[in-house]
Write a protein that binds this ligand. Structure first.
Ligand code: CP
Ligand code: NVA
Length: 307
């Protein structure tokens, strides 16, 4: 089955030109808020959630509404997916009703299968491996403050998880320097890292020492120590990641104009201290808001053929 459609499963499958087009459109959509033209009038997005969500669900749902379309929330438990209907059949059926599918799930392979059998665009709303819609909008948030991200030194401190992997892909595409500090045994995906280090024009390194990664950084990112699905490891992870907390002592070595970002939800006192969170919360909540503006641009492009 040959289907001419574009998906957003992974930042690395898009060119920097295409990604920048999304960010440019997001700037326009953010300034309009209620778009002048209902670019997605009559269009529907199915949203499959096999994990919890606050931001992703609401930002995609409200984003579709503001573009003149609608979104349909499908949780694993309330759909036939939870009773074992294959993803292939779900993809074929949903494609006959809706104009796009967003999925939040465990395995990245499931998004690939969904995309293979769907005749409509598929958007990754987080897997264990990647969180591309989050990091694309984080690049937007950084550029709102600093301008071109290529000139910046970005750090990521903590678990080598879906956020870390997507940051590596973003560094490869946008060309900024990225230093990640992750404990042994919790490094980012080796294949993603190797490809990025080979293809990127910029420096992408994983180190053990958070001070080394944050030295001179203008942007410091962190994320939870136990991601969704790792709840049982939370206690162990609190011990392993204790030296990787974003706190005042760590930020003392960052650039004087440092910006701290967190994709949320945050665990104050774990990956970030409460005072640091409070100091940077305006940025962090703008970061959350920007999900909606950037995803609207993504939706308008994928479902509406916007140029
Ligand atoms: N950052 C993020 O994806 O948040 P949710 O889990 O609330 O969607
Ligand atoms: N790494 C986190 C991100 C939450 C938005 C998780 O997967 O739970």
């Amino acid at each position: 089955m040959k289907v001419d459609k574009k998906d957003f499963l992974d930042l690395s499958s898009w060119s920097v030109f295409e990604l920048k087009q999304i960010l440019t459109m997001a700037t326009v959509l953010k300034s309009e808020r209620q778009p002048r033209q209902p670019r997605l009038a009559g269009k529907s997005l199915a949203m499959i959630f096999e994990k919890a969500s606050t931001r992703t669900r609401v930002s995609f749902e409200v984003g579709m509404y503001q573009l003149g379309g609608q979104a349909i929330f499908l949780s694993r438990h309330d759909s036939q997916l939870g009773r074992g209907e294959p993803i292939e059949d779900t993809a074929r059926v949903l494609s006959r009703y809706v104009d796009g599918i967003m999925i939040r799930t465990f395995s990245q392979d499931d998004t690939v299968v969904l995309s293979r059998y769907a005749t409509v665009p598929v958007i990754n709303g987080l897997t264990d491996l990647l969180h591309p819609s989050q990091v694309l909008s984080d690049v937007f948030t950084i550029q709102e403050r600093f301008g071109d991200i290529r000139k910046l030194k970005v750090a990521y401190v903590g678990d080598g998880n879906n956020m870390a992997n997507s940051w590596i892909n973003a560094a490869m595409r946008f060309g900024f320097d990225l230093q990640l500090a992750c404990p042994d045994g919790y490094h980012p995906d080796a294949k993603i890292l190797a490809r990025a280090r080979k293809e990127a024009d910029s420096e992408i390194n994983v180190v053990d020492d958070p001070l080394q990664a944050v030295q001179g950084a203008q942007v410091v990112n962190t994320d939870v120590w136990a991601s969704m699905g790792q709840e049982e490891e939370a206690q162990l992870r609190r011990r392993v990641f204790a030296p990787y907390q974003v706190n005042d002592q760590l930020l003392a070595v960052a650039a004087p104009d440092v910006m701290v970002l967190h994709c949320l939800p945050a665990h104050r006192g774990e990956e970030i201290t409460a005072p640091v969170f409070s100091r940077f919360q305006e940025f962090i909540f703008s970061q959350a808001e920007n999900r909606m503006h950037v995803q609207k641009a993504l939706l308008a492009t994928l479902l509406g053929g916007a140029k």
